[in-house]
Ligand binder design. Structure first.
Ligand code: FES
Length: 401
């Protein structure tokens, strides 16, 4: 093959170029007048920011509310970007002088975006900054800035099996509510068996909606109650925890299936070992890291003799500052706690938006959040959202986009 390529005389092609260029120009002149249509579509699907307002607040439980968001036309957002079920929005807020972002899965279905509505469903988190702020402060009329829909936690027919076991814990139900809605609307085409882990019936979010959704022949819903006193006498309710055995009970035995998981960190710590027992191909297991990772020191491979606090010298937008923080916090959290606004989106290592140069020092990255590529290692780049300092650091952060 290489010898054939060498034998080609490239100068033979040169006279052809001007003729091709002429033909190209003629064809362009024949196109209907559609200035920048591709750009218009790209901008509509991927706006840098969307300005929205809270139209409705729905209380789901004492510690959980849904917020219906509509375009804030006065601020220039006239329509909402469409999305694939499973995506999230990053919410931008300024809290006590800190500019912070947090990612929340969209719990409404894609079709609702075409009608100008997104829904975010947010649960109170012990010590959580953004979630608790939203629950305490967002009311009808609150103006909010969000990103375009982002993320990779969505059904891909070329990669995923036709049957999907979806495993949700707590408010990790939100992307699956969106996916189930998309199946009912005909926007997604797969068979969903949802195993939803809760303490008991009172702790289930979207109970009535799930009852409605499971009337669709492609959707099965199984509640799994961990409270030993929970009533599990009705059909479609299991007692205990979601284990490999339980997954096998509901998974097809004679064909491939995918497993999608979304829930709190504790659920992953338990489920990752259970999923391993199933022996599934890697591509058939999809995780949505729900929220930030905390407590790096609980990980088995966390090194010994690490100081409690470190200093970080950071250059961002040509300004250099030195701040201090706890080695329990990610680099991103330390920056934010010191009033430095650094870029972030998913906050779980996946999107690469917080990509930063590590000029000196070392960090710990939990294995399951290690999404860096070879080039990142070669050029010493880190994702501050899931990098925990092990020593004093010097870093260079690209400006917030
Ligand atoms: S914010 Fe997505 S990788 Fe850090």
């Amino acid at each position: 093959m290489a010898s054939k390529v060498k034998a080609l005389k490239t100068n033979k092609f040169i006279p052809l170029l001007s003729g091709r260029q002429k033909r190209f120009e003629q064809e362009m002149a024949r196109l209907p007048d559609m200035p920048d249509q591709a750009m218009v579509i790209a901008k509509a699907l991927h706006p840098k920011k969307q300005f929205v307002k809270v139209e409705e607040v729905i209380t789901r439980a004492d510690d959980c509310k849904s917020f219906v968001l509509v375009p804030d036309t006065a601020k220039g957002t006239t329509a909402l970007a469409y999305f694939g079920a499973g995506k999230y929005l990053s919410v931008f807020e300024e809290i006590e002088g800190m500019k912070i972002t947090r990612a929340y899965s969209i719990s409404s279905k894609p079709k609702d975006a075409l009608d100008g509505k997104y829904m975010l469903t947010i649960k109170r988190v012990d010590g959580g900054l953004m979630s608790n702020y939203i629950l305490d402060n967002w009311t009808v009329g609150t103006e909010v800035t969000v990103s375009a829909p982002e993320g990779h936690f969505e059904y891909q027919p070329l990669r995923d099996a036709k049957k999907v076991i979806c495993i949700a814990g707590g408010s990790g139900i939100t992307p699956f509510i969106s996916m189930a809605g998309a199946i009912v609307d005909g926007d997604e085409d797969f068979e969903m068996t949802l195993l939803y882990g809760s303490r008991n019936k009172d702790a289930v979010l979207f109970y009535d909606e799930l009852e409605e959704l499971k009337k669709n022949e492609k959707i099965n819903v199984v509640h799994v109650f961990s409270d030993p006193d929970a009533d599990t006498s009705a059909d479609g309710i299991e007692k205990g925890f979601i284990t490999a055995e339980l997954i096998k009970k509901y998974a097809p035995s004679d064909e491939a299936y995918s497993v999608f998981i979304c829930g709190p960190q504790a659920m992953y710590d338990f489920l990752d070992k259970e999923i391993e027992k199933l022996g599934l191909a890697k591509k058939f297991v999809r995780h949505e890291m729900f929220g930030e990772f905390h407590d790096p020191k609980s990980q088995k491979d966390y090194p010994n003799d690490i100081p409690e606090t470190v200093s970080i010298t950071v250059t961002i937008q040509d300004v250099t500052k030195t701040v201090t923080g706890s080695t329990n916090d990610s680099v991103l959290q330390i920056l934010e706690k010191n009033g430095i606004s650094a870029p972030s989106r998913c906050r779980s290592g996946e999107c690469g938006f917080c990509h930063t140069h590590l000029l000196s020092g070392s960090v710990y990255v939990p294995k399951h959040l290690e999404y860096r590529r070879l080039a990142d290692f070669k050029f010493n780049c880190i994702h501050p959202c899931c990098s925990f300092p092990l020593s004093d650091l010097v870093i260079n952060v690209p400006a917030a986009k």
